[in-house]
Design a protein around this ligand. Structure first.
Ligand SMILES: [Fe+2]
Ligand SMILES: [Fe+2]
Length: 299
């Protein structure tokens, strides 16, 4: 019987993620272990397998979010929070095709046609997703184009910059880790999450196009599966790079999302209305319960 594949990646300097093809994943702290007897001290060099690759990638996301877990804001969903999220969805998707094509071109130049082909395919699949977010905003009576032109949620700026920067690197392998992080988290959303948002929207308004597509019910689940298979087929040094960037992106994403989730309802309404220069439909900042819900934590 063939031996099961074991893969490992040092993600943080202190912590390595180890994953077996059978699905087991654990975190390993090398300190106190003599290098010569620690089989995970040197970078892995063997082949990958989907079972272990998904363990590394999801382990990296969990590790990235672990630092913030105790501080993670969990506000009740509101319509204004959803509108801000749609603006964020627009900004994290509008440059995706261009960025992925740029990385694909670089891999062509580097003599890696299989990576270039994968990225070009992903660029095609992601084309038009920004339009879904704009349609959702319009369905809610929000002037979407004007809003996104004047407003990027502060917490999302580092994440957008990260992707832009990764895609123009000399060796832009990290962009696959970034994309995995975003898509994997989106694919966790299920039917109940969509129904919850639908319940916030005015009757008869369909404003969940982006959410449906970027959930476990839409194309995102397939994108995640395809990425896992592709990453598993890469040489070890590329798999290491992808997993390390998945961790770095998860850190940035956790901080950025939390920054937005900690905002009060009134702050969000103020930001949105300033950006469009008018009072938006359905949004009222006078509700005391909203103020209470969105209050910043004292800790
Ligand atoms: Fe997308
Ligand atoms: Fe996607």
């Amino acid at each position: 019987m063939a031996r099961l594949v074991t893969e490992w990646v040092n993600a943080t300097g202190d912590i390595s993620i180890i994953a077996r093809e059978s699905g087991e994943v654990w975190f390993h702290t090398p300190s106190g272990t003599k290098e010569e007897v620690d089989p995970f001290a040197a970078p892995m060099t063997g082949v990958g397998a989907t079972g272990s690759t998904v363990g590394l990638l999801d382990g990296a996301i969990n590790l990235g979010f672990a630092g913030i877990e105790k501080r993670l804001a969990r506000p009740e969903p509101t319509l204004v929070g959803y509108i801000v999220a749609l603006v964020g969805a627009y900004h994290t998707s509008v440059h995706t095709p261009r960025n992925l094509q740029c990385a694909a071109k670089r891999f062509s130049e580097l003599g890696r046609p299989e990576v270039a082909a994968y990225l070009e395919e992903r660029a095609r699949e992601e084309t038009g997703h920004d339009r879904l977010a704009l349609k959702d905003l319009r369905a809610l009576g929000v002037p979407g184009e004007r809003l996104v032109a004047n407003f990027i949620p502060e917490g999302l700026k580092p994440l957008c910059k990260r992707f832009d920067d990764l895609c123009v690197q000399d060796y832009p392998m990290g962009c696959i880790g970034y994309s995995y992080c975003l898509e994997r988290i989106a694919a966790l959303k299920q039917k109940t999450d969509i129904e919850r948002v639908q319940a916030l929207c005015p009757d008869g308004v369909d404003a969940t196009r982006f959410l449906r597509s970027h959930s476990g019910l839409g194309s995102e689940a397939t994108h995640v599966k395809d990425t896992i298979e592709f990453v598993a087929s890469l040489p070890a040094n590329d798999r290491i790079r992808v997993v390390q960037e998945t961790y770095e992106s998860a850190l940035i994403m956790a901080e950025g999302y939390n920054h937005e989730l900690l905002k009060s309802e009134a702050e969000m309404i103020e930001e949105l209305q300033q950006a469009v220069g008018e009072v938006l439909p359905y949004l009222h900042s006078s509700s005391p319960s909203h103020e209470e819900r969105g209050a910043r934590p004292t800790a």
